[in-house]
Design a protein around this ligand. Structure first.
Ligand code: UD1
Length: 429
């Protein structure tokens, strides 16, 4: 298993191109099931999770052609997906356990084929993460669902029917799954208390380009008028706001000035506000965003994770690394997932001063972190160790970096181009 070696202490200067959003691309790839025509996507990131989704879709009958555009400095792939005929409606345990987002095929399979069998994702490193809201919503659209042998068996032999679904809790995945299912349902569906994340809007825009009739994505109530069929489309995935936020935090913690090319301020407004209060400059530029901390110390700022437009849980770990070296204290409260502080013991091994009490972590700033061998536990926790290592004195070796490869495209190259000392230590598995 590969490791990453980082020699900390360099400030970062230069430009980092922001890749397409993984969490927008995954449901949009699943949306290809909804039409027998070609869905042609651009700005798809080259990541392990994207390959896992392709490996899930191909045996179902989705033909996928990838053009890696290796010479394009912006990176990004073009991907054509064509689900001319669906030949298998099962999402097997082996793939779903690898990636929870596999559950996105449930709504589209049911809508197009009237049947789907999808493994339950099971426990995952950041808490229980059930799929009850996906299942209950599909039942409200008329699906009959049984749970058997660890699988969700769903059937809608007479097709799905539009309904008003009021989510008891905001869920990005359930909003997306039901939005996809409702595009081919008979009549109108209303999703109330829907998630407002930019990835939900991106999926709605892509579905509308495919002939769906969706209004209100990005607001709490989404209205979908079902269509008899959808058609092919060409669609470009939005830039990744979590990658944007991660590199903004890296720049803040190391000092220096980095332009995040392609980044959108409106997608990371909650983080930008925290950074500015911490003493970091965040400015829009012609090509994206400029983040800089040239003079002055970082100041501790309290953070609470919330659904969009609040502070994203997927940036909580990275923000905690930032606060470990800020002046004063910062209270970081996680409200979306339980057990999302696995990075804390690793940060403490690097000299951080953190006390966790239930869903809150009190971070008391220290002058310096020190490099240490540490272990990645999940995607965002592992990148928070990269943030800490870049700020630390000395060398850090991060093991289990396959977590990073799930969500960060060309991480070492992007950091090294701005002056970081980062090296991948390849090991035979
Ligand atoms: C998505 C993102 C993930 C991000 C999360 C929150 C993708 C592929 N992943 O995950 O990176 O951290 O949004 O912004 O887009 N819940 C239930 N029942 C359900 C579904 C969710 O109780 O059926 C709970 C979850 O346990 C969690 C909360 O709802 O406490 C929010 O989860 P949700 O928004 O669904 O996260 P995901 O869509 O899985």
């Amino acid at each position: 298993m590969d490791k990453i070696l980082i020699k900390g202490g360099n400030s970062l200067n230069g430009a980092i191109p922001i890749s397409g959003a993984k969490n927008a691309a995954l449901p949009i790839m699943a949306a290809s099931i909804l039409t027998e025509d070609t869905l042609s996507l651009s700005n798809v990131p080259d990541l392990a999770d994207i390959k896992t989704m392709a490996n899930l879709l191909e045996p179902m009958g989705v033909e996928i052609a990838v053009d890696r555009r290796v010479n394009d400095p912006q990176g990004g792939q073009r991907m054509d997906l064509r689900a001319h005929a669906i030949v298998d409606t099962t999402a097997p345990y082996d793939l779903v356990r690898k990636m929870r987002a596999s559950v996105f095929v449930l709504g589209p399979l049911l809508a197009r084929c009237g049947t789907a069998r999808v493994s339950l994702p099971g426990g995952c490193a950041i808490g229980a993460r059930p799929v009850d809201l996906h299942v209950q919503g599909l039942e409200q659209l008329g699906a009959e669902i049984t749970l058997d042998g660890g699988y969700i068996n769903a059937a809608a032999p007479r097709g799905l029917r539009g309904a008003k679904i009021v989510f008891p809790k905001v869920s990005v995945g359930a909003t997306e799954n039901l939005m996809m299912a409702a595009t081919l349902a008979k009549g109108e569906t209303q999703l109330v208390n829907a998630a407002c994340e930019p990835e939900v809007i991106d999926l709605a825009n892509c579905l509308n380009a495919m002939g769906a009739d969706i209004e209100g994505a990005g607001c709490g109530v989404i209205v979908i008028r079902g269509a008899p069929s959808l058609h092919g489309a060409s669609y470009a995935i939005i830039p990744d706001r979590i990658e944007t936020g991660t590199y903004a935090i890296v720049t803040a913690v190391t000092g220096g000035r980095v332009e995040l090319v392609g980044a959108r301020l409106e997608h990371i407004a909650a983080l930008a506000e925290i950074l500015v209060r911490a003493g970091v400059d965040v400015d829009e530029t012609e090509n994206g965003l400029s983040v800089s901390r040239v003079n002055g110390h970082l100041k501790g700022v309290d953070i609470m994770t919330e659904p969009f437009p609040g502070f994203p849980t997927d940036l909580q770990a990275q923000a905690m690394s930032l606060m470990t070296v800020a002046e004063g204290a910062a209270m970081i409260t996680e409200t979306i997932f339980e057990n999302r502080f696995m990075h804390v013991p690793e940060l403490m091994r690097m000299g951080a001063n953190i006390t966790v009490h239930h869903g809150s972590a009190l971070v008391r700033g220290v002058d310096r972190l020190r490099g240490a061998p540490v272990m990645a536990t999940d995607l965002r926790a592992s990148v928070s160790l990269v943030v800490a290592a870049l700020a630390a004195e000395g060398e850090t070796v991060i093991s289990r970096v396959y977590h990073l490869d799930r969500g960060y495209e060309r991480l070492e190259a992007k950091l090294a181009a701005c002056g970081a000392e980062v090296e991948r230590l390849r090991e035979a598995s």
